[in-house]
Design a protein around this ligand. Structure first.
Ligand SMILES: C[S@@+](CC[C@H](N)C(=O)[O-])C[C@H]1O[C@@H](n2cnc3c(N)ncnc32)[C@H](O)[C@@H]1O
Length: 282
């Protein structure tokens, strides 16, 4: 079968599986399996791939049609210009998270020797986006899951981020390892989906680790931990930037206010949805 026929067949298979963006995803798979992009000359010259490549394409297509996220098939993804390795066991970074990172960059204003904690670091997307932009900062990237921690360590090393350190641990108690008023900033995209809503998530999301999504009964477990424990580790005048889900802004703002934070702001994404709460410690 020629590349042209494989492309058409793949698009149809993805459409039938309910994939929302079959054409762009098909190009990703063509590039991953055959090393060709839509700009490759000769793509439509009715050439045929060899048997081995064809088998890898068939496998990738069937995994995608089953609902497995594209990023878990290709094994990589980029976030704010940082190339990341991803796979099963680690959350695929979302573009929305850029709102939370940009808000902290805005608060920090310039690269300076700041100590930053990235809580619930996952693949290291946030830590590395900060490390790359502000090389004079030092980022402690904390992650509990074994699998996610492997990706975090690999991504930090692979990106040569000497100013970021992966730390394996539970944010529930790890705060005690740091002195009071140690950090200039705390940033986090914690799990925030209420447990009862997990089964109704999109098919693709169900392939992602529950531990990365489950925010407890009401979705606020991690915000309470951060507000009650980690804010004491922030310097006076230090910043916090937390990703939130739609509708969570008011509750998280109230938690931060109760914990002695001021200048509390809710930041919206381009679609007008609440995405981040940021604040300054009194
Ligand atoms: C929503 S994901 C965010 C990942 C990454 N920061 C991002 O934006 O792509 C939340 C992460 O928190 C981790 N996690 C869950 N419970 C944790 C805990 N108690 N302590 C540390 N990390 C935890 C999960 O394994 C997951 O990697």
């Amino acid at each position: 079968m020629t590349y042209r026929e494989l492309y058409r067949r793949g698009v149809t298979a993805l459409e039938n599986s309910g994939c929302e963006s079959p054409e762009p995803e098909m190009w990703e798979l063509m590039s991953f399996c055959f090393g060709i992009s839509r700009y490759s000359p000769g793509l439509f010259n009715d050439e045929e791939p060899d048997e081995e490549k064809l088998r890898s394409f068939e496998r990738a297509l069937s995994l995608r049609a089953e609902g497995r996220p594209l990023q878990y098939i290709t094994g990589n993804w980029s976030f704010m210009d940082v190339e990341l390795r991803v796979g099963e066991g680690v959350l695929i970074p979302r573009d929305d998270t850029e709102v939370c990172v940009r808000e902290l960059l805005r608060r920090l204003e310039k690269d300076c020797p700041a100590e930053i904690a990235d809580l619930c670091s996952g693949s290291g997307a946030i830590a590395l986006a900060l490390a790359k932009r502000y090389p004079r900062t030092h980022i402690t990237a904390i992650e509990l899951s074994d699998k996610a921690f492997e990706y975090l360590t690999y991504n930090i090393n692979h990106n040569g981020a000497g100013n970021a350190d992966p730390v394996k641990g539970n944010i529930l108690d790890l705060w005690q390892d740091y002195p009071e008023e140690f950090f200039d900033a705390v940033i986090s995209n914690p799990p925030y989906i209420p447990s009862g809503e997990l089964p109704s998530l999109q098919k693709e999301v169900l392939f992602e680790p529950e531990m990365a999504l489950d925010g407890g009964n009401d979705g606020y477990d991690f915000y309470r931990i951060i507000a009650e424990r980690w804010i004491s580790r922030l310097k006076s005048g230090g910043y916090i930037s937390l990703e939130i889900g739609e509708g969570q802004g008011e509750y998280v703002s109230a938690l931060l206010e109760k914990s002695g934070m001021t200048d509390i702001r809710i930041i919206y994404d381009l679609g007008g949805l609440e995405r981040t709460v940021s604040a300054v410690r009194l």
